[in-house]
Design a protein around this ligand. Structure first.
Ligand SMILES: [Fe+2]
Length: 468
């Protein structure tokens, strides 16, 4: 009898433990967080061969190539057109005209070259165009003589709180077969992106011997099919640093800043590596994970001024781009963003940032709204907690570069990691109005219309009480 009652106690105890585990959601039968179901082999991603059509040099003597545009002012009435002529400087003038206009306007840019170890760049042209009409399709032409090339872009609607606008989100793209699929899926996504938010790591030239800068040229030609037609908002990643004293190259970011100009002065920044723009209903802040960011540094001082100036009744959506994520539950780059988090997270919460996009980790991850700002080193409060004033952090460094996917995850998925999956893909941030935006993640192994993960974002500034 006694032995039977002991067995009974053990069974009851086990049942109680089971119930407790179920209630706390700590067992896999009742998951509270998601890991993508796709099981992928851990293979490297392969660069497309040099003779691929995506790298084709446009025909004609000194034909402009690697054409790309970005926003050229603070509000979207400006565009910077950039391109490279390979043989001689040619002209830095852009001719442009509105879709229904007869008159061709001209804007005059400038040309530069740079050297990197034994490489000398082509003639890199940058031409800012100002005072465009909002919400207008423009055609533009670069080059001279018989080798001109024509493209087009659309300016955004005037800045305003309820202006719908759709951003693509791409990071760590590189130039592999997977990179090409990512761009094709972005082009074909039925939700049409109008501007790309690019979260850093462009060509991966520094993965090649002597930082082979011809890889910057092939990347420029590869991305032209989208970057010539809609602005890409650039963020610098670690593969843009190109600091190589062993090659005599000691100026960080030289190839990147020579090739990709941004309108940093329009937001009173002193560096192209951190700046802001307003576009439609969004205020977008670009930060540099690889520039000094501690207290009193130029980046810190700029952001301290910038955040209070964001007018959420004009641009309700406050979005931050940075390369290295400050929340990450992959083994790759685990904790690398921690120092940035310690300095800046409290501001992200104080100013109710809606979403922070990062790259660097070659995978996808979305977090719950959490913060970890209570810790003062003595109080033991160093765990992320639910915080409805905190941004949603999204890692989308899965553009498809040559380094392959980051498949190793921290064993137990943290409760604040809402979804993680090591697959290549791109994101779409579809802003509907001042209160609602829809974010979706498209992974390359699905059809381009399939959303593998998606979430409705409720604006943090115009959030209704009780709304998550
Ligand atoms: Fe990176």
């Amino acid at each position: 009898m006694r032995s039977n009652s002991r067995v009974g106690v053990v069974i009851v105890s086990l049942l109680l433990a089971w119930v407790l585990l179920v209630i706390t959601g700590e067992i896999f039968f009742f998951p509270v967080r998601k890991i993508g179901s796709f099981v992928r082999n851990d293979y490297l991603s392969v660069d497309m061969p040099i003779h691929s059509d995506v790298f084709r040099v446009p025909p004609g003597y000194n034909a402009p190539q690697q054409v790309h545009i970005t926003q050229g002012d603070h509000v979207g009435r400006g565009v910077i057109v950039s391109w490279i002529t390979p043989d001689e400087p040619g002209s830095s003038t852009v001719f442009y005209w509105p879709e229904n206009g007869d008159f061709k306007w001209q804007a005059h840019g400038f040309v530069l070259t740079y050297k990197y170890f034994t490489y000398t760049s082509g003639y890199i042209h940058h031409c800012p165009i100002h005072n465009l009409e909002f919400d207008t399709k423009y055609y533009y032409e670069v080059g001279i003589g018989n080798t001109t090339r024509q493209f087009w872009f659309e300016t955004p609607p005037p800045v305003g709180p309820d202006v719908p606008y759709t951003f693509g989100v791409i990071g760590d793209l590189g130039q592999t077969y997977n990179s090409n699929t990512t761009l094709t899926h972005y082009e074909k996504n039925p939700v049409k992106g109008q501007t790309v938010l690019y979260v850093g790591d462009l060509s991966y030239a520094d993965d090649y011997p002597f930082h082979d800068n011809t890889k910057w040229d092939t990347w420029g030609r590869f991305t032209e099919r989208i970057a010539a037609y809609q602005p890409w908002i650039w963020t610098a990643g670690n593969h843009e640093i190109d600091f190589a004293p062993q090659l005599g190259e000691t100026i960080p970011f030289k190839p990147y800043t020579s090739r990709y100009h941004v309108p940093y002065r329009a937001s009173n920044s002193t560096s192209p590596l951190w700046y802001s723009i307003k576009r439609a209903s969004a205020h977008i802040i670009v930060m540099s994970s690889y520039s000094a960011f501690g207290k009193y540094t130029p980046q810190y001082k700029w952001l301290r001024k910038e955040l209070p100036m964001v007018n959420r009744t004009e641009t309700p959506w406050l979005i931050i781009l940075m390369h290295s994520p400050i929340y990450n539950s992959y083994v790759n780059h685990y904790m690398e963003g921690e120092t940035v988090r310690v300095v800046y997270e409290k501001w992200f919460v104080e100013y109710k940032v809606d979403v922070v996009f990062a790259g660097h980790v070659h995978a996808y991850e979305r977090f719950e709204r959490v913060s970890n700002i209570a810790d003062n080193t003595l109080n033991g409060l160093h765990r992320p907690i639910n915080d409805q004033s905190a941004p949603v952090y999204i890692t989308i460094g899965d553009g498809g570069n040559v380094e392959g996917l980051a498949t190793a995850m921290i064993d137990l998925q943290p409760s604040y990691s809402a979804y993680r999956e090591a697959s290549f893909g791109h994101g779409i941030l579809d802003i509907k109005n001042r209160t609602h935006a829809h974010f979706s993640w498209n992974r390359n192994q699905d059809g381009y219309a399939v959303m593998a993960d998606s979430i409705w974002l409720h604006n943090r500034y115009f959030r209704q009480p009780g709304q998550a």
